[in-house]
Design a protein around this ligand. Structure first.
Ligand code: OAD
Length: 257
């Protein structure tokens, strides 16, 4: 996808108003990491176009064929190891520093927000670098375990599985609660690079709207969320987030001068 395809210009009233928002809540999806070279899930080049989720991303699949599932996650971990934070990840890390209240919620499991410098990241679908024992539940981020070629075992004898949320599993409850509270309390909600198809994450923008927030969607495509958004910034996450953060920064500088 080429940047030239989109104008990447902010509506004037958004540039004017951006600094008035006190609590900003951002929900990110695979689209922000597409600019780091990581495949998204849906669409013609997405992971789910090439692999069957029920064979790779469920507890049943892991019980049936742990080595195959582990291998697939190893592949994703290797790709991730060679990736860098994108312009969008970096812009959000700067915004967190500037805003009086800022909540970053992500469906991504790649840890690239943290790599970019974001401090408070609420992960809804887990993290690829984490391993969890199927037997005793203990977690490990030991790289020897994470990058083990075969399914590693815990000291209790149980198998380690990737610490991500699989199909049919519950989201980490405390994280979901924090995300919902942020959606209820924010006055600006941004949905960035997500197809808005996977619940409960996809419910967060509607919660924010119900509580009076302004909703911005950044996505090159039209999604089911687009008709509800006050602004659909149609284009790439990196380009638009850079513009938003620089508008925010220059308004703050102006207000303090
Ligand atoms: P999807 O693959 O469903 O959607 C990615 C979205 O990013 C699409 O709407 C694209 O149009 C958009 N996109 C692509 N490039 C972009 C760019 N440069 N800038 C902005 N947007 C861009 O990914 P998610 O919505 O994140 O769950 O998927 C949600 C969940 O479904 C994932 O967390 C994963 C998956 O099954 C689990 O693994 C539990």
């Amino acid at each position: 996808m080429s940047s030239e395809k989109f104008s990447h210009a902010l509506p004037r009233e958004l540039t004017q108003d951006i600094v008035k928002y006190r609590h900003i809540c951002v929900l990110t999806g695979a689209g922000i990491s597409a600019e780091s070279g990581l495949a998204t899930f849906r669409g013609k080049d997405g992971l789910w176009a090439k692999f069957r989720p029920e064979e790779l991303a469920s507890l049943d699949a892991f019980m049936r064929n742990s080595e195959l599932v582990w291998e697939w996650y190893q592949h994703r971990r290797q790709v991730l190891r060679a990736s860098k934070a994108s312009a969008g990840h970096l812009a959000l890390a700067v915004w967190e520093q500037l805003a009086s209240e800022f909540t970053l919620v992500t469906q991504n499991v790649d840890g690239l927000h943290q790599l970019a410098g974001s401090r408070n990241v609420i992960e809804l679908h887990g993290n690829l670098q984490v391993n969890r024992c199927l037997n005793c539940g203990s977690e490990s981020t030991d790289v020897e375990i994470t990058f083990s070629e075969r399914v590693p075992h815990c000291h209790c004898g149980g198998k380690f599985r990737p610490g991500v949320v699989w199909f049919g599993e519950m989201l980490p409850e405390a994280n979901l609660e924090r995300a919902m509270t942020a959606a209820e309390n924010c006055d600006l909600f941004l949905s960035v690079g997500t197809s808005s198809q996977v619940y409960p994450a996809a419910a967060l923008p509607a919660i924010a709207l119900d509580h009076g927030a302004i909703l911005i969607e950044i996505n090159p495509e039209v999604t089911s969320l687009t008709p509800l958004a006050h602004y659909h910034l149609q284009g790439e996450a990196g380009a638009y987030l850079r513009l938003l953060v620089s508008a925010y920064e220059s308004k703050i500088a102006h207000d303090h001068s």
